[in-house]
Write a protein that binds this ligand. Sequence first.
Ligand SMILES: Cc1cc2nc3c(=O)[nH]c(=O)nc-3n(C[C@H](O)[C@H](O)[C@H](O)COP(=O)(O)O)c2cc1C
Length: 200
Amino acid sequence: MNVSTAIENRRAVKHFDSDHKMSRKQCEKLLSTALLSLRSFKIRNWHFVVVDDPEQRKWIREASWEQKQVTDASMLIILCTDLEAWEQEPPHCWHPPPESLREFMVPAIQQYYNGLDQMQRDEVMRSCGIAGEALMLSAQSMGYDACPMDGFDADAVGELINLPENHAVCMFVAIGKSIGEVRTCEDMLPMEEVVVTDSF
Ligand SMILES: Cc1cc2nc3c(=O)[nH]c(=O)nc-3n(C[C@H](O)[C@H](O)[C@H](O)COP(=O)(O)O)c2cc1C
């Protein structure tokens, strides 16, 4: 499936076949595709929590307004992010890390984020959003469906997954086999309302 087709076919799915199991290989393929997603300055700010334990899923569903995608999806991935990853010594971000690049990048990163809490948060959320889309499109290309989710109590979910300090939960991506009606994309926003040329 090419990228355009995956984008055109993808719909946020609300009903998953709770009996469908994905193989370990399929799960790894999905995750490894998402790991190719780009991050600003290549900073490693993600953590993807894959929730396998059915009991844990039930608790998380409770913290997610009882949305049943949480328990019924074959795979539930909680995209989390380290808000302070930018502060860590970053040479491991680049393979290999040439000294000249390091000399330029380390001060640039500090200057870009230091003291700017909102910027730090915006940036990691952007990176997670991009990874979330990669997961969803990768699922689509493998014949699966997905639902992005932010309808949950982030503090409660954080507690359930032992979220480390200075980390945030960005979103869930639930992946599995859709059951029920397959919606088509009939709601493309009018181009003239969305696309602005040069300035507002
Ligand atoms: C950031 C974000 C969070 C969302 N959270 C939820 C959610 O918690 N539960 C849910 O059923 N759908 C959620 N959705 C999906 C939307 O409700 C809606 O179904 C979707 O945007 C329509 O998309 P479609 O074009 O894929 O059909 C979310 C979508 C986005 C982009």
